[in-house]
Structures are given as C-alpha cells and as structure tokens.
Design a protein around this ligand. Structure first.
Ligand code: SF4
Length: 300
C-alpha cells in the first residue's frame, strides 16, 4: 500500500529545505532506506557525522575534516509530490555568459540588508572585480575604507601590494578575479563575525561557480577558514593545495568540478610584517607551478 508523508511533516520538511537554501545549501542526497522501516518518517536533520574530507592530492595527506552540506532525506515515495521541488536552481545557472551570470548574482544581492554590516557605516557593496573567466581568483576578508569608497576590492595600500604580487607572478590584475568573503566594510576594519561571513559567503560561492577558476588563493585566515570550513592556524593552513568546491552550488559546466585552493597571508598583514613576504612568495610560486606561470623579470 502506498505511503504518504504526514502533511505536518511535509510542511516542516519544506520549511527546513527553504532554510537550508537561504543558508546557501542546495545539494541534498538521500540515504537509501527501506520503505518497510520506520526510518522513512525520521525527521530531517543535518547529519553532523557526515564529513567530507579534503585530501591534498599531491601528498595524499589527510586534512582536518570539513563538514559537508549533506542532509539526510527520506525517500520520496511513488505518487507523492516531490518535496525537493522547492529547491530552485540558481538563476545564473541557466546563463552561459559569465558576465551576465555575475550580473544576475549582483542583482540578486540587491541593496543587501541580510547581515548587520549593512547598517554599520558601509557606503556601498563591494561585489568583486576582474576577469569573469579567470583561471586564478584571489579572495580576501572584506572591504576596507578605500574599497568602501571606490566599490572595488583591494584598491588601497594592501591592494597595491596585491597588484605587485600578481605582477610578480607574471600576470596582470585584469587577468584574475578578486573578491572578499563579506561585501560590506566591517566598522573600524574589524574582522567580520562568523555569522556575517556565513550570511554573505553564499553569494561568493555563486561567483566562484560562475568564474570557475583553476586555482583560488585565500588571502588571510578569515578567507581560508570560511572557504575551507576549518579552524586551523595560518601555519597549518599554508603550504599545500586543498580540493575546493563552492558549498551548496553546482556549476552549470559539467567539466568544472571545483578547483584547487591555496592559502597565503593577507597583503595587509604583509604590510605590517614584511618579513613574511618570502613565505607568501613561496605560496604564490606553488600556485604559479600549478598554472604554468613564469615569474616576471625583475626590472631595475
Ligand atoms: S556583508 Fe554581505 S550579507 Fe552582509 S549586508 Fe553586506 S552584502 Fe549583505
């Protein structure tokens, strides 16, 4: 005899899926369960035990576990309305032109008031800039005063240093894509709170899925920890590649299944402690090797 979900449970499931969508989680999978067991009506819950492990493909080293967006779902039964129908694909996913796709994401962001940073003195949203088909993407923490003023990431002193780093890699700023974890300036240049990062970063994930870089460089601990969902120190995070897929987003390109991610120091930190520039250069050399880039010739 066909079984149907209790209407109350269906409503609760639908509300929960919407909640996950708003958190930027879209990928769900179900566990194959027997319809003869009670499991089929088990309440939906994020499975804290479901862990996606990031492996450095070169060293085979196992990194700290990263929580996946996996959600245990009951099996949809024959003849039932599919509750997954509430998960709409992102509008940019049907657009092949990355310029148009990024514009759709920007329009979706709108005059964003999703987190408290919208009312803490921002002048404008700093969305991201650069080549929409970039092979290399730099992701920082959040806009500072200059970026807030100009509406572009990395345009102040730290931005000039980032430009120099990019040039040293043998490429130009216009060839890469640059964005931040949060798109509004935190007051007094404080670090963005975890909640602010979690609220804003789904838009960044969508930008990544559109640009489809080969390599992402996370600049500083906030970017690295948010992207990798790891709480390790910079010393532990640097010096290796991670396999990265933007959380909760599927690219419309079946050939793009994520990219590599490297971590280095934020240029603002390097301005404060120039002794670490050599270490940052080692990180960038690792990226250059991956992308087949040759260091720019030094001019005197
Ligand atoms: S930081 Fe991001 S989520 Fe928060 S208000 Fe700005 S754009 Fe919206």
């Amino acid at each position: 005899m066909p079984r149907t979900l209790d209407p109350e449970l269906r409503r609760a499931l639908t509300a929960r899926i919407r909640y996950y969508n708003e958190m930027g989680i879209y990928d769900f999978y179900h566990r194959p369960v027997s319809v003869n067991t009670q499991e089929v009506t088990a309440p939906i819950a994020v499975d804290e035990q479901e862990i996606a492990v990031s492996i450095n493909p070169e060293s085979g080293e196992q990194m700290s576990p990263r929580k996946s967006a996996a959600v245990a779902m009951p099996v949809a039964l024959e003849g039932e309305e599919n509750i997954f129908g509430v998960i709409a694909p992102k509008p940019e996913q049907s657009v092949s032109d990355p310029v148009k796709a990024l514009k759709i994401i920007r329009e979706d962001l709108g005059d964003c008031t999703r987190c408290v940073l919208h009312k803490q003195g921002r002048k404008q949203i700093v969305f991201g800039v650069g080549n929409p088909k970039a092979e290399l993407m730099f992701i920082g923490e959040g806009p500072g005063a200059d970026e807030d003023e100009k509406g572009e990431p990395f345009v102040g002193r730290a931005g000039q240093l980032l430009n120099n780093m990019i040039k040293a890699m043998g490429i130009e700023r216009e060839q890469v894509y640059i964005a931040n974890i949060v798109k509004c300036r935190p007051p007094g240049n404080r670090q963005p709170e975890r909640e602010e990062c979690a609220t804003c970063s789904p838009f960044l994930m969508r930008q990544i899925a559109v640009v489809k870089p080969k390599v992402i460089v996370a600049l500083g601990a906030t970017a690295a920890k948010t992207l990798l969902a790891m709480n390790s120190s910079m010393i532990q995070l640097r010096g290796r590649f991670y396999d990265f897929r933007p959380a909760g987003i599927r690219s419309n390109d079946p050939d793009w299944d994520g990219c590599k991610l490297a971590v280095t120091y934020h240029p603002a930190f390097l301005l404060r402690d120039p002794r670490q520039k050599g270490e940052a250069w080692k990180d960038l050399q690792m990226v250059m090797k991956e992308l087949g880039l040759k260091a720019a010739k030094q001019t005197t």
